[in-house]
Design a binder for this molecule. Structure first.
Ligand code: ADP
Ligand code: ZN
Length: 742
């Protein structure tokens, strides 16, 4: 019988402590239980993470008590939490919190209970009831309702008998009825009408993909399948049938979708196929709903979980399949500690549970496609749209030529204006897309499109201005600085109008209204959709055909299906291309492909016009040809040369605090402490101001590490961070496999 329990204490940073198991808990204590232990001068909550016979310490304190009888985190989820702590360099109590949602962990949120009324024997005696009716007609009415409808909740029953709960209570006192507590489930899908759907007969490309996934589920060879299928190729139907297969085998499944795609329509497709065995976990659930959904999964009453990032940790037993839809989405990366990537952790969970993982995308991440290329993942291709609709025709317009022809830079090229006119005359719809992510701090020449880039790092340099100092260009990967030139550095251009490229959706909207005074134009971005239903309202009007031209940011790029849209215009493909991030080309290609996928989903073939200053950029050209693999082949060479992912790993330390000097100083001290401990294979840069140098009053700095293996960076980093003395108000977030370098 083990005598010692190893416990992660909630209030302690990243340590595990040994405690004695008191005699009365012997044989009851299990790994994953929540316990109360003495800690310092008071007590604290913690989780049992291991049991053993050997004490590593002579004087141990005893565990005070268990919290509930249930094992909250099963051993494999606990293993996953410990792996995340190790890999992402996050305190283990934080990763345990990640795998165990707060409403389940906390005392407050239990099951919701209602009072259930059941008839006692006396209530079945007709004569007795009639005698009661003479004296207390209301009470008799309650008994009538109860006898007719069977056991009922107190409130419902009182309402049905047109009386108050006092009448029911009176009956209880006299022994006519019994009132007891009953847990009820708070169901986020309650009240939704359910149209059950049947599996569709698969097209050959879907059949092949499904076969590969089924083989993965049966043999784990390969354990991970990448499903690369163009928009509208029928990926979701493959997910549905693979999940059905898991259910047949008595297994469960988890489906992850990006938060933005977790729409009622998406949920409906899964709910319609699988009914009540679906549980939904997303950020807008109430604590109570989240608590109940979690327990419904835990108890095996729901076998298929669909949700955003954190649904990955749902306590599904006998997990047979994890699906990660749109696996390339950057939102799968959590930005706070633990800064985990749900796709990567999904692969790890699959490994620990011995279950297959299915990654799906029309534009797979370079990491995943590379894994498929080298045979680590299986690859299923679905190159055609289900309905045999043709892919849209994509045209690239060179904004430099436009500027030359017009004698000045123009937001709308002649081609795009003509194309919009012809849509208006045919009563077809247009979507205009401003390819802008967050903020644009790269310098773009409005005349020739020149962009300042770092010679060492192939990323766009960012623009920094501080009061009293000269305006500078900064490479935040290597730290190189340049003074902002007065004229465009391109010898053929030399225009003095070299300045910020900052064209907002708002300005675009007003220009269009001027160009097309009779058209109905609406704008959709984070400014116009602040109100809760605004998003749905605008899309509803667009669907109904009341809007001719919809202008928007990436918000309109994803998953929308509007058959009457025959033209998609991308105004500045370059804006996301010059983000100070080595993934800028990949993101641009993904965005352009997604947007292009919005055109021509109905009977008429769609047209896409991409306006750009860099028409020959590989990302733009590949998007024009709708050629993912061509893009991959070029981009992967660049990554290889520079040792960027997938050929190496990246760790970004995000430092921030209210005083700039302090943040910078702390960064420098950290780098000094770190440098001698790093192996030669690790490249270190910084501290440099982050591209987003100040946010919410906080100054932000970065230290960037790059190396072929994560461990070669995280092991020394862990050692240094354990003893490093941070100034009081400087915060550091360790971001392993960083996705956003802003
Ligand atoms: P993706 O997820 O790849 O974008 P979807 O799974 O959403 O594609 O499929 C696009 C459309 O085609 C959906 O309306 C879907 O119902 C339909 N569809 C999918 N597979 C088939 C099939 N085998 N036969 C007929 N229609 C299908
Ligand atoms: Zn550089």
């Amino acid at each position: 019988m083990p005598r010692i329990a190893r416990v992660v204490v909630e209030v302690a940073r990243n340590r595990e402590f040994d405690y004695l198991i008191p005699a009365r808990l012997e044989g009851q204590l299990r790994v994953g239980m929540q316990v109360v232990v003495p800690f310092g001068h008071s007590e604290a909550r913690g989780y049992v993470v291991g049991l053993s016979d050997e004490a590593r310490h002579p004087k141990l304190k005893e565990i005070r008590d268990t919290v509930g009888q249930a094992v909250l985190v099963d051993e494999r989820l606990l293993q996953l939490a410990r792996w995340m702590s190790e890999y992402y360099l996050a305190p283990v109590e934080r990763t345990i919190h990640t795998v165990l949602p707060a409403p389940v962990r906390r005392k407050g949120t239990g099951f919701k209970e209602r009072l259930l009324v059941q008839p006692a024997e006396a209530a079945m005696d007709d004569l007795a009831v009639e005698r009661l009716r003479a004296k207390a007609p209301k009470q008799a009415a309650v008994l009538d309702a109860l006898r007719a409808g069977g056991p009922a909740f107190l409130n419902d029953l009182a309402r049905a008998a047109k009386t108050t709960s006092a009448a029911v209570r009176a009956l209880e006192k006299k022994g006519w009825v019994r009132i007891g507590r009953q847990a009820v489930h708070r169901d986020p899908l309650a009240g939704q009408e359910l149209l059950r759907t049947q599996p569709l007969a698969l097209m050959p490309q879907q059949k092949e993909a499904l076969d590969l996934v089924c083989r993965a589920m049966d043999t784990l060879e390969p354990p991970v399948v990448l499903l690369y299928g163009v928009t509208g190729s029928g990926k979701t139907e493959v997910y549905l049938q693979a999940i059905a297969r898991a259910l047949e085998k008595g297994q469960g499944a988890i489906v992850l979708v990006p938060e933005i795609s977790l729409t009622p329509q998406t949920i409906e497709r899964f709910h319609g196929r699988f009914g009540d065995t679906i549980a939904v976990l997303h950020s807008s659930l109430s604590d109570g709903e989240r608590h109940d959904e979690w327990h419904r999964v835990r108890q095996g009453r729901a076998r298929v979980v669909i949700g955003a990032r954190s649904a990955l940790f749902a306590p599904v037993e006998k997990l047979g399949l994890i699906v990660v839809d749109e696996e390339h989405e950057p939102t799968y990366k959590q930005e706070e500690t633990p800064a985990y990537h749900a796709r990567d952790v999904a692969v790890m969970r699959g490994h620990l549970e011995g279950c297959a993982v299915l990654l799906g995308s029309a534009t797979p991440s370079l990491e995943s496609f590379q894994n498929a290329r080298i045979g680590k993942y299986g690859l299923a291709r679905m190159p055609a749209r289900v309905d045999h609709r043709t892919m849209p025709a994509v045209r690239v317009v060179d904004l430099r030529e436009e500027a030359e022809r017009a004698g000045r830079p123009n937001v709308f090229s002649g081609d795009l204006v003509d194309a919009i006119h012809s849509r208006l005359s045919r009563a077809e719809q247009t979507m205009l897309f401003l390819n802008r992510r967050g903020f644009a701090t790269s310098l773009v020449c409005p005349q020739c499109g020149y962009v300042a880039r770092c010679n060492e790092c192939s990323v766009a340099m960012t623009y920094h201005r501080e009061p009293g100092a000269p305006e500078i260009l900064l490479c935040h990967v290597c730290g190189e600085r340049r003074i902002v030139p007065a004229r465009c550095p391109n010898d053929k251009c030399r225009t003095p109008a070299f300045k910020f490229a900052g064209v907002g959706t708002q300005r675009i909207e007003s220009i269009i209204s001027r160009l097309f005074p009779d058209a109905c134009v609406r704008r959709m971005d984070s400014d116009t959709t602040g109100r809760k239903d605004a998003h749905r309202e605008i899309l509803g009007e667009f669907r109904a055909g009341r809007i001719d031209i919809l202008v928007g940011t990436q918000m309109i790029a994803k998953g929308l299906h509007f058959p009457n849209v025959t033209l998609v215009g991308v105004l500045y493909a370059d804006l996301s291309l010059h983000m100070p991030d080595f993934r800028a080309a990949e993101r641009t290609f993904q965005l352009l492909t997604q947007v292009a996928g919005r055109a021509g989903r109905g009977q008429a073939t769609g047209e896409v016009i991409i306006q750009t200053y860099t028409p020959f950029h590989p990302a733009v050209q590949a998007a024009r040809r709708l050629d993912y693999e061509g893009f991959f082949d070029q981009e992967i060479e660049f990554r290889k040369e520079l040792g960027y992912p997938p050929f190496g790993h990246l760790v970004c330390l995000h430092l921030q605090g209210p005083g700039e000097a302090k943040v910078q100083f702390a960064g420098e001290a950290l780098v000094r402490a770190l440098k001698p401990k790093l192996p030669a294979s690790v490249k270190l840069a910084g501290p440099t101001p982050a591209p987003l140098a100040r946010a919410r009053g906080q100054y932000r700095y970065q230290v960037l590490l790059r190396a072929p293996s994560t461990r070669s960076m995280t092991a020394p980093l862990k050692a240094v961070l354990e003893t490093f003395k941070w100034p009081e108000d400087v915060r550091c977030i360790v971001d392993v496999d960083a996705v956003s370098l802003l």
